[in-house]
Design a protein around this ligand. Structure first.
Ligand code: KG4
Ligand code: ZN
Length: 364
């Protein structure tokens, strides 16, 4: 069975074609991606209306690219899948509308997929796919969750953020440091030669005893530290106040070593909490397998620390390929294919569609 998948929940348009198999993990035949990062950068974040319009422009050329790459024709597609939520309503509607129109024209069924399920199952696209059951750490720009995963569609929430997501903590801290959107990877680059113990930043809920996270306070602590450093290096009080807007660029006047130390200290605070809670979740569940998914899963320091800690505990860690950590169509086509292949979902022949901008994974 050939599954064509569309992702359009935020600022990436992704299309992919996956083939199910009678045994084993479905196979990715082709995928194509367009990132809108350049489009939104001038605004310091995603502008929903611009995102929707750009998805409209990109989705059909990307589909053509996928068909050409795979050597398949649209007529061979058996099921059309799309991201039904969570995400930006307008952006989701583009993918849902295109998928349902295409399926109706082809006379083929459709399947709406949960975006986080796509991330969760994305390590199955790697050469070393995990086996069920496992603990999943989902760390994206909008979500931070620990899940117990028994099988396809069998997800139990163990803990989640009570405010900002880990990706948001990276992005908001990066913005204060004058880095472009999305700042996560740029902050990680800046942190590379920095000292992670240079500044004491809070580790929220680290000792809460449960598996929840809280990252909203971290950006305030980073701001206060950034202002202190700015003043200590002869900056004016007014300019120090303007750092809060993230738009002043004044922080980038500080020496590279100082900026690197603050970036490294920020990254260390986020990574330490993610590490500690992941290990707690593994301990509580008694499972010996961890899957890390979502954009922040690309973070090198997080990977290194998880790898070391898990190796010491005899736990195997699985990641998606680096380029499939952030949003893409391959994970959506894969999640749909795995649902269909596992027999716990059938695609629908009704082309009336809706999207779910807010949608808990445990109720998908
Ligand atoms: O999963 P994703 O593409 O989108 C959502 O579903 O939210 O994740 C995007 C997030 C952004 O916050 C981005 O800054 C972060 O992942 N990110 C990183 C890195 N690469 C992407 N954060 C830290 N280090 C990275 N290397
Ligand atoms: Zn995502």
């Amino acid at each position: 069975m050939l599954v064509l998948g569309f992702e359009s929940s935020c600022d990436e348009t992704g299309v992919a074609l996956v083939r199910t198999r009678t045994q084993g993990v479905p196979v990715l035949l082709a995928h194509a991606l367009h990132s809108q990062i350049g489009l939104h950068q001038a605004f310091g974040g995603v502008v929903p209306e611009l995102a929707s319009r750009d998805h409209i422009r990109r989705v059909l050329p990307l589909t053509q690219e996928v068909l050409t790459q795979s050597g398949c024709s649209l007529a061979q597609v058996d099921v059309v899948a799309f991201t039904r939520g969570p995400g930006l309503a307008g952006a989701l509607l583009v993918g849902a509308g295109v998928a349902c129109a295409m399926a109706a024209a082809l006379g083929k069924p459709v399947l709406g997929v949960h975006h986080l399920e796509g991330h969760l199952l994305s390590p199955f696209l790697s050469e070393d796919p995990p086996e069920f059951p496992f603990v999943a750490l989902l760390v994206s720009g909008g979500h931070t969750q620990l899940m117990r995963v028994e099988g396809v569609g069998r997800y139990e929430l163990m803990g989640e953020t009570i405010d900002d997501a880990a990706g948001e903590a990276f992005d908001k801290s990066a913005k204060l440091m004058g880095l472009a959107y999305p700042g996560g990877p740029l902050l990680a680059d800046l942190a590379f030669n920095g000292n992670p113990t240079a500044y004491a930043l809070p580790r929220p809920l680290m000792h809460s005893g449960n598996l929840d996270f809280s990252f909203a306070g971290l950006k305030t602590a980073v701001l206060v530290q950034a202002q202190r450093l700015f003043l200590a290096h002869g900056g004016k009080a007014q300019e120090a106040r303007e750092l809060a807007s993230g738009m002043s660029g004044a922080f980038s006047q500080l020496p590279l070593a100082v900026r690197g130390d603050l970036a490294a200290s920020t990254q260390a605070a986020i990574v330490e909490v993610l590490l500690k809670k992941s290990l707690m979740a593994l301990h509580q569940s008694g499972l010996k397998r961890l899957v890390v998914a979502g954009g922040v899963g690309a973070n090198r320091s997080l990977r290194e620390q998880l790898n070391t800690a898990c190796a010491e505990r005899g736990v195997r860690v699985h990641y998606p390929q680096l380029q499939l950590c952030t949003d893409n169509g391959a994970m959506i086509a894969m999640a749909a294919a795995m649902r269909l292949q596992s027999g716990n979902q059938t695609a629908s022949n009704s082309y009336a569609f809706d999207v779910k901008p807010r949608w808990p994974l445990s109720r998908s």
